[in-house]
Design a protein around this ligand. Structure first.
Ligand SMILES: Cc1cc2nc3c(=O)[nH]c(=O)nc-3n(C[C@H](O)[C@H](O)[C@H](O)COP(=O)(O)OP(=O)(O)OC[C@H]3O[C@@H](n4cnc5c(N)ncnc54)[C@H](O)[C@@H]3O)c2cc1C
Length: 495
């Protein structure tokens, strides 16, 4: 069922299963609803979405033979959420891997794209020889990076440390500025001086503690993996491990909507803004409260449980009642960064550079106006017509918010200039689209894990309320999906 209207409210009468409100129709909310329905044949789920379309940040459009991802373009497969969801709705056969031909990344050095050293995974240098010969680092920078293998581990690993502090301590400043900041900054659009290593990449802390060094851990893991297909056959942000639906991530959202509609247990209500939440009646059965969902322009509705999947500052707005004051305040403590993606289509022959990679990351130290350029049609087939390329250029983030104050036309102009300077673009693009994401990327700053712990402790006090989304235990699609599914399981278990 799609759409609003009074008939949706009539679900309240004569039901015997749990009635659950999912607030937010992005991938987290849709995954939560799917999980709830697949584990409880009696549940009735209503999904409220304030805009006219479901999918949230995920948005795929097709134009003149180009398949344009206006939000995320793929997901990592070594985290289970994405694959589990696709399996559950019979969608896995739609997934395609990255194109092995172009499986490498570039990093800008003194204005020129250079290959990221082979086998370099975020900050794990799997091939010391590739570090020794890379043009990305100076001789001193290489020696300092490789010396990591002989440094002592930190004695107080429990203390949260910023990414920048960790990398300077282990690999030296140059490795941070020239390689690791752009590779990791590109994922989190964050300031590495503030980014919590524990909340984002705890694996590296474990490697340091278990093997005494990240390099020694990487080499040991490689020896153990001997015989298995090497994940280190690429470079950069583990591109070889990414997948996406052949027809774009929008087709996953469509499949999910179809699954929900066919279940007969979901009501999909778009163009409906949830304005507030309250527990009612306050004098009723404290163990089984009812939740009142207030909607702008239509009658309030009552539910047994609520899964709230909005960015934390919006979730806090909905929890305006005095009884939620502490929780709302804790939710507002999570900061968000804004960014924009400029999607452009080009003739390949309009570039002097061959673009034979998945993309280019740009260190902040290079002082350019872009964070990264994804060569989208090199990553996945079927994204551009023959002889053409589709690029996605990232602008803004926590490090350059001022660039987003420019108009779309100005952003398009400086992106074109940067593409000319860095990649030798010689002609205007066939098309250029600016898509803005205001306060869409949660910032996992140092102390994030304890902030989330506090939010979770405060939420437990409000039986029937469940929070999910990219703000808590991981920013990407698989983590968002997993967080929606876990919230559904908590509803199911009456938490
Ligand atoms: C620019 C960008 C690029 C990204 N690229 C990748 C990538 O390549 N791979 C990857 O794995 N991850 C990527 N991510 C992260 C990924 O997009 C998110 O993890 C995921 O989309 C979050 O989904 P969500 O459902 O939690 O939130 P959203 O998609 O934000 O959905 C929330 C929904 O709630 C609705 N809503 C808001 N307020 C209300 C209200 N009051 N009432 C009702 N509805 C409301 C909104 O309209 C929206 O539809 C990217 C993120 C950004 C910002």
């Amino acid at each position: 069922m799609i759409g609003g209207g009074p008939e949706a409210a009539s679900h309240q009468a004569g039901r015997n299963g749990k009635r659950v409100a999912v607030i937010g129709g992005g991938i987290t909310g849709l995954s939560a609803a799917q999980r709830l329905i697949s584990t409880d044949p009696t549940a009735q789920v209503v999904i409220f979405e304030s805009t006219e379309r479901f999918g949230g940040i995920i948005r795929t459009e097709h134009s003149d033979g180009f398949l344009m991802e206006l939000g995320p373009d793929s997901f990592i497969t070594n985290k289970p959420g994405g694959i589990q969801l696709c399996d559950d709705i019979g969608f896995s056969d739609q997934l395609i891997p990255t194109d092995a031909e172009f499986r490498r990344s570039l990093v800008l050095r003194n204005g020129r794209p250079q290959p990221v050293p082979d086998g370099f995974m975020l900050m794990a240098p799997a091939k010391p020889w590739a570090i020794a010969t890379t043009p990305v680092l100076s001789v001193g920078g290489k020696i300092r990076l490789l010396r990591e293998a002989f440094l002592r581990p930190k004695t107080n690993p429990e203390v949260d440390e910023s990414l920048a502090d960790f990398v300077r301590r282990r690999f030296g400043r140059e490795a941070l500025d020239r390689l690791i900041q752009p590779l990791i900054g590109g994922i989190y659009t964050s300031d590495p001086e503030k980014l919590s290593l524990k909340a984002t990449l705890p694996r590296f802390i474990e490697m340091e503690q278990k093997y005494g060094s990240v390099i020694r851990a990487t080499l040991a893991e490689q020896r153990q993996k001997n015989g298995r297909p090497a994940a280190s056959s690429g470079s950069g942000a583990r591109y070889g491990l990414f997948a996406t639906p052949e027809h774009g991530l929008g087709s996953l959202v469509d499949a999910l909507l179809t699954w929900l509609q066919e279940s007969g247990q979901a009501t999909l209500r778009s163009n409906l803004l949830v304005s507030s939440l309250s527990r009612t009646p306050t004098t009723g059965d404290a163990a089984n409260p009812s939740w009142k969902v207030s909607l702008s322009g239509v009658a309030d509705e009552m539910f047994d449980a609520v899964i709230l999947t909005l960015p934390t500052y919006r979730a806090a707005d909905l929890l305006a009642d005095e009884s939620f004051a502490d929780l709302a305040k804790a939710l507002r403590d999570i900061e968000y960064a804004s960014s924009a993606i400029v999607v452009t289509g080009h003739r390949l022959s309009d570039f002097r550079h061959s673009l034979n990679a998945f993309g280019l990351v740009v260190p902040a130290i290079e002082d350019r106006k872009v964070l990264a350029v994804s060569f989208t049609s090199r990553k996945f087939s079927g994204r551009a017509p023959a002889g053409h390329v589709l690029l996605r250029t990232f602008v803004g983030g926590a490090m350059q918010p001022e660039l987003l104050e420019h108009s779309d036309a100005e952003v398009q102009e400086f992106v074109e200039q940067e593409l000319s300077a860095m990649l030798g673009l010689t002609a205007a693009p066939a098309f250029s689209r600016v898509v803005r994401y205001n306060r869409a990327m949660p910032q996992y700053h140092v102390g994030h894990i304890s902030r989330v712990g506090k939010i979770e402790r405060l939420t437990v006090a409000h039986t029937g309320l469940h929070l999910a989304g990219s703000a808590y235990h991981g920013v990407g699609l698989p983590d968002s999906i997993t967080s929606g599914r876990s919230a559904a399981d908590r509803v199911q278990h009456g938490a």
